[in-house]
Structure formats: C-alpha cells, structure tokens
Design a protein around this ligand. Structure first.
Ligand code: HMG
Ligand code: MG
Length: 300
C-alpha cells in the first residue's frame, strides 16, 4: 500500500541550479524559493556552502539567504555543507538545517569531495557534532547508491556500510542518491530491506532519484510501497551533479505530484503553481523544462 501523504523534499534551488550553465542572479534564486514555498512545498533545500571554486553557480549562498531572511531559515530550509568551513558560513547565515553528502564509491568521493570515503566521513564528523550542538536538523546524503559511472554496479552491502557510518555520526535523515539514474524497482526494494536490516528503517530514509533512464517515478513509488515517506524532487526536473558524468535532472516535482495526487497520496502542493514556477524559471534559464507534466500542462 501507499502512504496517505508524503513529504516532498524540494531540491530545485540547489541540485537544480548547481548544474545549470546559466548562472542565475541571487534575486531570481530567492524568488524561486519563495514561489516554491507559496506552491506548498514545506521543505526546500535552498543552496550550498561548498567551495565556490567547485560550484560557481552557488557561490552567492550568503546573498541568497540574506535576501530570503526568515523565509530561508528554520529546520525545513536545509543547505549543503561539506566541511567545517561550510558550516561556519552556514551558521553565520543563520541556517537551521544542514545536509552532508557522502559517496558509496571511492571514485566519486575523490571526484566530488577530494577525499577517500574514510576521509570524507572524518570531514563530516565535526560538522554533524557541531550542528547537533547548535540544534540544527541534519541530513546525510549518500551518492552512487545504485551505480557509479566509473565503477559500475555498487554492491548493496557497501552502500549500507557507508549509510550506517554517516547515520552513526548522528544524522536525522538519510537520502539515498541514484546520482546517475540507473536504479530499478527491485534494486530499490533490496537496498531498503538491507538498510532496515541494519537498523535504518524507512521512516528515516528519503529517496533521491535522478531521471536519466526514466526510472525515477517508478522507483519512487516502489520506495513508498516499502514505507518511505520523504521524496526528493526538483521543480521542472532541473538537476544533476557537475562532478558525475551522465547525471541528468532529478525527478520533476510536477511529475511526482501528478502521479501521487492521482493515486490519492497527498503532497500538500499546488500543481498549477509549480508549473507556473517552472515556466517562469525556464525563461531565466533559456531552455524549456524537461518535465513531461510541465510541458503537457503549460501547453508546450
Ligand atoms: P579541497 O580542495 O580538498 O578543500 O575541497 P580544502 O579543505 O583542502 O580547502 C582548500 C581551500 O578551499 C581553502 O582555501 C578553504 O578555505 C576553501 P585556501 O586556504 O586555499 O584559500 N574551502 C572553502 N571555501 C568556502 N566554503 C567551503 C570551503 N571548503 C574549503 N565550504 C571540498 C574539498 C569538499 C571543499 C570540495 O571538494 C567541494 O566543495 N566539493 C563540493 C562539490 C559539490 O558541491 N558537488 C555537488 C553536490 S553533491 C550532489 O549533487 C549529489 C546529491 O545531489 C545526491 C545525489 O544526487 O547523489 C547531494
Ligand atoms: Mg542529486
């Protein structure tokens, strides 16, 4: 069975905009977050406090949060933070929630974080400790949970091991990243079962599917049937990781909302307002939304 309602964890302003060749002005980013909130999205990942040389698209994190004021703060406005330098910046900006982001594979840990898996866990340790001491909500992402563009298939046991190590740091929620969108429903089921067996039940797990192979929605529904109730999605289907070959957009929030509301699962969002937001953002990005639902409802 499906849950009666889900929490949509919106990643458009972060995962979406980090991967666009067009650098969007801070004022447009802040307006994007405001429009998403007005469309009913409760949780919105607003930006990243990573090294700006690594992700120039989000180098204006302080400015965006400054423009948002209280609308960018609180436990439901997480930001990405890789290290203590990022946490210092995020705390100065007044955030109430952070997300660390590890990798199930060594190759991607090196490419995305310039660290081994072990070194990245040690980099995150003080971030999580200090965040908890400050009363912040903490999420742990794990990338390449289903496959890696350099290493190929990733064994479930390895993914569970990395998830366990990050959750043991004291994180509130785990997000399973299919960074390159290769996962399929049986694999989702096996991974969730293995995590449950390792003491990480579906009530603490979110799913983060990129839609490269068109499997994101099917995989999400499979995860919901296994007890997951937090779903990452990106309005307009923007997204991708500049450090992962072949990563395309996330599951589009509109596609998710269309499917779930149709199945009687409440998302608390206004689909027309989301579509209008994607159409507006497409104007700033100079390209149409890849979402089929957006194209259908916006009339091409
Ligand atoms: P590094 O070069 O090893 O960093 O990068 P370092 O610790 O050696 O520091 C070098 C310099 O960078 C220092 O400056 C630091 O101050 C500065 P210097 O002394 O040379 O002048 N620095 C910073 N400046 C500002 N903010 C910071 C910061 N950190 C260091 N936070 C590092 C290591 C982790 C910083 C780098 O690799 C990095 O920023 N990586 C982030 C890459 C990224 O953002 N990728 C996309 C997000 S992950 C994703 O999209 C996947 C996800 O969606 C899930 C999925 O789909 O699977 C979450
Ligand atoms: Mg992602």
């Amino acid at each position: 069975t499906l849950p009666r309602s889900v929490t949509v964890y919106e990643v458009g302003p972060r995962d979406g905009l980090q991967n666009e060749s067009t650098v969007v002005p801070a004022a447009v980013k802040a307006e994007f977050v405001r429009r998403l909130a007005a469309a009913g999205l409760g949780t919105i990942e607003t930006t990243s406090f990573v090294d700006p040389r690594w992700v120039p698209q989000l180098a204006d994190a302080e400015e965006v949060l400054g423009l948002l004021g209280d609308e960018g703060r609180g436990a439901r406005r997480p930001v990405l933070v890789p290290n203590e330098r990022g946490l210092d910046r995020a705390l100065t900006a007044g955030v109430g929630a952070v997300a660390i982001f590890g990798s199930a594979t060594e190759t991607f840990a090196r490419r995305n974080l310039n660290r081994t898996v072990e070194e990245s866990v040690e980099m995150f340790r003080p971030v999580v400790e200090r965040s908890r001491a400050e009363g912040l909500w903490v999420r742990a992402y794990v990338s390449m949970c289903f496959g890696d563009p350099w290493e190929g298939p990733v064994p479930v046991a390895r993914v569970v091991d990395v998830c366990r190590r990050l959750m043991d740091l004291g994180c509130d929620e785990l997000s399973l990243g299919d960074t390159i969108g290769v996962g399929t429903t049986g694999h989702v089921h096996r991974l969730l079962a293995a995590l449950d067996g390792a003491g990480i039940g579906p009530e603490r797990v979110g799913v983060h599917f990129h839609d490269t192979y068109g499997q994101a929605l099917a995989n999400t529904v499979a995860a919901l049937r296994d007890g997951v109730t937090v779903v990452d999605a990106s309005t307009g289907g923007l997204g991708g990781c500049p450090y992962a070959k072949s990563a395309t957009g996330n599951l589009a929030t509109e596609d998710l909302v269309w499917a779930l509301e149709g199945a009687g699962v409440s998302t608390g969002t206004d689909l027309d307002a989301l579509v209008a937001t994607s159409t507006w953002m497409a104007g700033h990005l100079g390209r149409p939304s890849p979402s089929r639902v957006v194209r259908a409802l916006a009339g091409g």
